[in-house]
Structures are given as C-alpha cells and as structure tokens.
Design a protein around this ligand. Sequence first.
Ligand code: CA
Length: 365
Amino acid sequence: MKRRQFLKKAGLAGVAGAAAASTLAAPAIAQQRTDMVIVATWPRDFPGLGTGAQRLSKRIGDMTEGRINVQYFAAKERVGAFDSFDEVASGNAQAYHAADYYWKGKHLGWAYFTAVPFGLTYTEMNAWIRFGGGQELWDKLAGDFGLKNLMAGNTGVQMGGWFNKEINSADDFKGLKMRMPGLGGDVIAKLGASPVSIPGGQIYENLVSGAIDATEWVGPWNDRYMKFYEAAKYYYFPGMHEPGSTLALGMNASWWGTLSKTDQTIIEAAASMENDVMMAEFNAKSGEALADLVQNQGVKLREFNDDVYDSFGEAAAEVFEGVRAHSPLASEIHESFLKARADLGAWSKISDQAYVAQRNRVLGV
Ligand code: CA
C-alpha cells in the first residue's frame, strides 16, 4: 500500500513537473515579436478619433515594450479611409481603427456595432456588447469577413448636424444633400434627403463648395476643429442617428489566432482602455467647445422639435423593417439590439435620466 501511495505521488510529481516545464516554456512563446500594421479611417491627429487611435496604437507597443511592433497609418498614408476594411480582411494589414457602420454596404449588421438611429448610449452600448450578447454577434458577423473586432473608443451622443437653414419640420429635409453615414442616412433618405457617406477628412471641402448642403460629424469639440461653422451656422441637437458611437479595432482573424493568450489579452486591455479614455476626453472637451462656437463663432444652437423627432421615429421604423428583411444574421442582430434597448432603456430611465433630470431641476440648469 505504501509503495502504491509512493508511486501515485511520484506520478503526480511527474505531472506537476510536466506542467512546470510547459509553464516555463510559455513566456518564450509569448515573447514572439509580431508586426501589427494598423490602418485608420481618420486623418492624422484628428482630435478624439485620430488621436485616440494613435494613443491606442502607442499603448499596445508600450504594453509589450515594442514586442508587438505597431505601425500606425492614418487615412491615405497607406490606403484610403474606406479601403481599411479590405486591407485588413485581406491580410495586407493586421488591424483597422474605424467606425464599423462605414461597412454597412457589405452587411447591414455592421451598423449596429457603431450606432443606429434611436440606438444605445455609451453606457448602454457597453452593457449590450459585454453582457447582452452583443460581442458574440459581432464576432459572428466579423468572422464571416475574416475579422475579429473589439470596442476601442466612443464619441458619446452626437450632435444632429450642421445646416444652412432652420429645420422646423420633416419637409425641410426634402432635397437636402447631407453627409450622414450608417442607418441614419437611410432615415433621412426616407424623409426625402440625399444622404452621402464621405470620410471625415473630405467633409469640409464638400460643405464649403456646396457639393453638400448639410453634414453631421461628431460633437462640438471635433466639429469646431473641422470649421464647419464657416459654411453652416445652424447646429442642431440631439442627433437621432448616433447616440453613442462605438469605434472598432478590427483585426485580421487569422493573425489574431496566431497570437498568444498573453498578447490577445494585452490587445483586449488596450482597446478596452481606449474605449473608456476616448469617451472621457469627448465629455471633458465638448462643453467648452460648444460655448466657444456659440459665443465666438456665431453658431446658432437649435434643438430638433418633437414633430421632427416623430418623423425620424417613423422613418427609422421603416429602415429597421429593411434590416429584418436583409438576412437572418441582420435580423438576429436587430432582435438582440431591440431586447437590449428595452431592458437597458427601462433602467436608464429611472437611473441616469431620472437623476440628471432632478439635478438639473434643482440647480436650475
Ligand atoms: Ca457622426
């Protein structure tokens, strides 16, 4: 009996020894150098979006002390903004930083992982992606294109856009040529507008030349930098089209699969951090920028009235019918989104919204 116990222990020791050996071997694998070319849809040093993508790229390099050798290319430095997807899906680059709704022409489901009309706020989006089945659906969609995507930034609630006239009813959208990507563009198309999707770096020239009549972009901090106020004075809020736009780090799935668990976790951590930091930066800088626009640049701040919003709602319902009919996966994503919006909306109403409403009432804000 004693001998058997001894052998058993020896056997366990053998297993432990093997485990120790593999543990020792693991760091050698994790220390493999790998190149990570990141292409972005943003011009270099674009406040918030570009600087956030650059910060994320630097962070991945810093966290691995350069072992993941990140080379970052802003829009047009390697490929055009909207060529980023194919560059990564094909394996020419390892990752992109972008708004995934730019790819709605490839599949309508992509729109949901940036923002959709009457969609989710930043906190709601995080809840859906992390705990409501959102990431799993994103993985399914991205997997069909050879990609693996993570949340890597957020703009928060976006403004409704820049117009050179007042918008008092849905009729004011008739014949309007407006830059608005994603499903928001489909909504204003239902109202008779002609939506166009052009990269951020080309909006100003189109607005100034009159090639477009109106544009949405992000919010006061970003929009001030773009100088849209030189061509359009009416600045509307709130945007129905992008209530909490998530930016994505989209990676080539085959490349992602070659990474060690350590490196995957580092990239996940870096992306998650940027998701948080970018939102904080947008919130911190938007108020001052808005005050400057209104006080010093002659910008006329306007709120969409209820009639306009009701029209947006009716048009959005039609657009969502189109999504359902698009494909089984688009329908599955939409249903998951609807459930999340209902659950999260009910909670937001009596938590964030109820509290802020009372705070503003008491303080007279
Ligand atoms: Ca936008």
